[in-house]
Write a protein that binds this ligand. Structure first.
Ligand SMILES: [Zn+2]
Length: 289
């Protein structure tokens, strides 16, 4: 059965994320390691890293992921912005390695009207650079083979890259690196036109994912219901059961045989508006057969 986890705050000190996870019953986590709407390169000292690893092994909460800052854009026309995006992802991967975190999940960004095929070489070159420059010096052994770099599927608003599985698949094929994976956000996929409401829709969506990207490259699922309808191209997360994917959709997803080893990570608004909560975790867990 898939684990159910959540995005939790690590704002005070990284290891406090496990306390928050335990409080809401999360079995796996996702955290920010620097303020998400800034170019933060927050330094985390040796003591903090040791505390994080210690509590991680005591609680057994895993896998754990870092979510990238929202400013990253590998499709930007601005060379400085591109350089900063690459540096930030290298920074995050090096912390993932030190902390024994399985991977860094991020949004590729927007091509700003240039077009997906025109921007593709820039994006794949940037990804190759990040992966190449973070493999050789990573020898902590905390994560087998080094932490993963994980592209998140998007809702496809405006010129955002990565709403179609075929686009993601093409990027993976061109980069050719085992550390490059994909996270499917259920809300984004639904808004991008992949029907996750019905059993047939889910089968079809996973078949297409497998054909274009490969299910072996699915590193995690962001489990979010959708405030907007199928194919809306609008990124608006809802609590599980309060959106257009609905309880039946999540029941089919969490029991799908192809997803039994995948972690489901909540990024929902929460029933009291404070982010992923115990109630959302309980609802998802209660849907397991
Ligand atoms: Zn997400």
């Amino acid at each position: 059965m898939p684990k159910v986890g959540a995005h939790v705050s690590a704002a005070v000190s990284l290891e406090t994320s496990f306390e928050k996870a335990k409080n809401i019953g999360a079995q796996c986590t996702q955290i920010f390691i620097s303020p998400p709407r800034k170019w933060g390169f927050t330094e985390h000292g040796k003591e903090e890293i040791l505390r994080y690893k210690d509590i991680k092994s005591k609680t057994g909460i895993r896998p754990n992921f870092i979510h990238g800052t929202y400013l990253i854009n590998l499709g930007t026309p601005n060379p400085e912005h591109l350089e900063k995006s690459i540096e930030w992802l290298k920074y995050a991967l090096s912390y993932a390695d030190k902390l024994g975190i399985e991977g860094v999940i991020f949004h590729l960004g927007s091509h700003k009207g240039v077009g997906y095929h025109q921007i593709l070489p820039q994006v794949t070159e940037a990804l190759k650079k990040i992966l190449n420059e973070t493999s050789s010096h990573m020898s902590s052994g905390n994560v087998d083979g080094g932490p993963l770099l994980i592209l998140e599927t998007t809702a496809g608003a405006g010129n955002v890259i990565g709403d179609k599985f075929s686009e993601m698949g093409e990027i993976l094929k061109q980069v050719q690196d085992d550390r490059l994976k994909v996270c499917m956000d259920t809300q984004h996929a639904f808004a991008a036109g992949y029907d996750l409401k019905t059993a047939e829709g889910i089968d079809k969506t996973l078949e297409e994912f497998d054909k274009e990207i490969g299910l072996s490259n699915l590193a995690a699922i962001h489990a979010n219901d959708s405030k907007t309808e199928l194919n809306s191209h609008i990124d608006r997360h809802a609590n599980i059961g309060e959106g257009f994917i609905g309880i039946d959709g999540f029941k089919n997803l969490i029991n799908h045989p192809k997803l039994k080893d995948i972690s489901f990570i909540l990024e929902v608004p929460g029933f009291s508006g404070n982010g992923p909560d115990e109630e959302n975790v309980k609802i998802l867990n209660s849907l397991k057969d």
